[in-house]
Design a protein. Structure first.
Length: 262
């Protein structure tokens, strides 16, 4: 099953590909949230701390707790100089190790589609924020082709290969997120499409970075040399380079936010 196969256990590799994308989307996300300084935050599914570091740098929080199931990712997060003051601990998004109303804001960055029961994950977000607090998330628009690796997935499907996706990919759709937030009892629920662009020095830069994603590496690594070249050729055709050989690629995420009634 996909949820047993997509595992993020290498913080440094994650940083090279998805960590950069996460910060690009996270900047737009925080612009949209426009939070005041001095809040108590929980970053659920913090991974290697890419978004956590952004929170510390941009929001001057009074407290940040990062929760993730992967010890390796957490170990990398603890090395981030920009995440000074944040605390990282192992934990489950569906059973957060904190008391009720412990935080002013709870966020999930690129993680909600990995939670087996998203509604339970959102219920935990709601439980640990105070009345008047904010619960928010952003997730790649997987079904809408918003993944940073979408061009590779197009090429894979053309060859009869099935890309691995998170177990609850459908929850990344805007209306699904809105409904999830409303069903959790949150008010003033809003959604937003986040589109971000990243420049790669050339096609090989995009390709080698993309293969760092656990959902791709094993499948592509099993291809015969001729199949691999066929795939690369089809992906290259979807990513036109500029005069200097650089590739500018856009990815899209869907975001949601809501307030816990006082």
């Amino acid at each position: 099953m996909a949820e047993q196969q997509i595992r993020f256990e290498d913080g440094a590799s994650y940083e090279r590909m998805m960590g950069v994308w996460s910060r690009l989307a996270g900047d737009v996300f925080l612009d949209w949230l426009a939070p005041p300084t001095g809040l108590r935050w929980i970053d659920i599914g913090c991974g290697n701390g890419a978004f956590t570091e952004l929170l510390v740098e941009r929001c001057a929080p009074s407290e940040v707790q990062g929760i993730d199931p992967s010890p390796a990712q957490l170990a990398f997060a603890r090395t981030r100089g920009g995440a000074r003051g944040a605390e990282f601990r192992q934990g489950d998004a569906m059973a957060l190790p904190f008391a009720n109303s412990a935080f002013d804001a709870a966020v999930m960055a690129l993680v909600i589609f990995f939670i087996p029961d998203p509604a339970k994950g959102v219920a935990e977000m709601v439980r640990v924020i105070r009345p008047g607090g904010t619960a928010a998330a952003y997730a790649w628009d997987i079904l809408g082709g918003g993944l940073p690796i979408a061009p590779i997935e197009v090429g894979m499907r053309a060859m009869g290969l099935t890309p691995l996706h998170p177990p609850r990919s459908e929850i990344s759709q805007l209306e699904a997120l809105r409904q999830l937030w409303q069903d959790a009892g949150l008010q003033d629920v809003e959604t937003k499409v986040i589109a971000v662009k990243r420049t790669f020095t050339d096609f090989e830069d995009y390709w080698t970075n993309s293969l760092l994603i656990p959902s791709l590496g094993p499948i592509i690594g099993a291809l015969a040399p001729s199949e691999l070249e066929r795939l690369k050729s089809s992906v290259r055709a979807l990513l036109p380079a500029d005069a200097a050989g650089r590739i500018v690629h856009e990815a899209r995420a869907n975001a949601v936010k809501g307030i816990l009634p006082k």
